[in-house]
Design a protein around this ligand. Structure first.
Ligand code: CP
Length: 306
C-alpha cells in the first residue's frame, strides 16, 4: 500500500508515468469512466478548500467511484476531540482511499501510519501540497513541452506557501531549472528550503524583491497569495497582502511565451485584467488538477485500464 505525503515519495519515473496517464485521461476520458466502480474516496478536510477537495471528488466521480467525507473540522468528530489516528482507523472501514487536508504539518503522515487505506496529503499547514505539485508539473509539461531547462519565478508568500515548497522539491530533480525567488524580506523562502533543497541541489537560484526585475527572464511565473491564515497578527498581513499585483503593465515586461500559473485562490495578486491574456494559464491549471488526481487515484489503487 502506498501513501503520498510529498512529491518525493514518487520517483521521477513514477511521476512521469502519472503525468502520461493524466494526459491519456485528458485525451480519452471515456476510457476511464468505469475504472473505479465500487470504490470510495473519503475527503477529510480539516481546513477550507475549493479546488483540492472538489477536484478530488470530481476525479473519483469521473472514474465511476463514489465519494464521502467532511469539509471542515467543525462538522466532524474532531470537534469533540477525536484524534487523526482514530479518525483514519474508522475511515479505513468506510472507504478505499482518503485525501486529507489539515492545518498541522505532519497530520496526514500520522494518519498514514494508522491507516489501512492509501492516504494522500491534500495540504498540511505550511509544509507540503503534493497534489498541487502534480497539477503544476502536468500544467508546465503540457503547456511548455518539458520540465527541464526552464527559468521559473516564484512570487509572493514564499515563507508560508506550501505549494512553492513542494514545487521546488519536485523541480530540483530536473536538469537546467533556474529559480528566481521573488518575495518581500519578511516572506522569504525558509532556510531549510533554500539551504537543504536549493543550494544542495546545485541549481542556479537568486532572490529578488522586485517582480519587474525578474519578469523579462521568465518562462514561468508562479504567483502565490499571501497566506492570511498563517499570520500571527492581522497588521502584518495587511502590510504584506498587496505587495505584488500583476497587471497588464507588468505583463508587458514579460516574454510572449511566459506562462502565468497560480495554485489559486487568488486575492489581489493578479489583476482580473490579466485573465484575458493568453499567457494566463491558472484556470487551465485547475482543470489539469482533475486529470492528475484521476491518474493518482488509479495509481494508488493499482487499477489498470487497458
Ligand atoms: N490550490 C488549492 O489548494 O486550492 P484550495 O485551497 O481551494 O483547495
Amino acid at each position: 500500500m502506498r501513501h503520498l505525503m510529498s512529491p518525493l515519495d514518487l520517483s521521477v519515473e513514477e511521476l512521469d508515468r502519472i503525468l502520461d496517464l493524466a494526459n491519456d485521461i485528458e485525451a480519452d476520458p471515456g476510457k476511464y469512466a468505469h475504472a473505479c466502480e465500487g470504490k470510495k474516496l473519503a475527503t477529510l478536510f480539516y481546513e477550507p478548500s475549493t479546488r483540492t477537495r472538489l477536484s478530488f471528488e470530481a476525479a473519483m466521480l469521473n472514474l465511476g467511484g463514489s465519494v464521502l467525507g467532511f469539509s471542515s473540522a467543525d462538522s466532524s468528530s474532531a470537534a469533540k476531540g477525536e484524534s487523526v489516528a482514530d479518525t483514519i482507523r474508522v475511515i479505513s472501514c468506510y472507504a478505499d482511499i482518503a485525501a486529507m487536508r489539515h492545518p498541522k504539518e505532519g497530520a496526514p503522515l500520522v494518519a498514514a501510519l494508522h491507516s489501512r487505506i492509501p492516504v494522500i496529503n491534500a495540504g498540511d499547514g505550511g509544509h507540503q501540497h503534493p497534489t498541487q505539485t502534480l497539477t503544476d508539473l502536468l500544467t508546465i509539461r503540457s503547456l511548455k513541452g518539458r520540465l527541464g531547462n526552464i527559468t521559473i519565478g516564484l512570487c509572493g508568500d514564499l515563507k508560508f506557501g506550501r505549494t512553492v515548497h513542494s514545487l521546488i522539491n519536485a523541480l530540483v530533480r530536473y536538469e537546467g531549472v533556474r529559480f528566481i525567488l521573488i518575495s518581500p524580506e519578511e516572506l522569504r523562502i525558509p532556510d531549510y528550503v533554500r539551504e537543504d533543497v536549493l543550494r544542495r541541489s546545485g541549481h542556479e537560484f537568486k532572490e529578488v524583491i522586485r517582480l519587474e526585475e525578474a519578469l523579462p527572464e521568465l518562462d514561468i511565473l508562479y504567483m502565490t497569495r499571501v497566506q492570511k491564515e498563517r499570520f500571527f497578527n492581522e497588521e502584518d498581513y495587511v502590510r504584506m497582502k498587496d505587495f505584488y499585483i500583476l497587471d497588464k503593465a507588468k505583463m508587458k515586461l514579460a516574454g510572449p511565451d511566459m506562462m502565468v500559473l497560480h495554485p489559486l485562490p487568488r486575492v489581489n495578486e493578479i489583476s482580473v485584467e490579466v485573465d484575458a491574456d493568453p499567457r494566463a494559464a491558472y484556470f487551465r491549471q485547475a482543470q489539469y488538477g482533475v486529470y492528475v488526481r484521476m491518474a493518482l487515484i488509479l495509481t494508488l489503487l493499482e487499477v489498470k485500464v487497458c
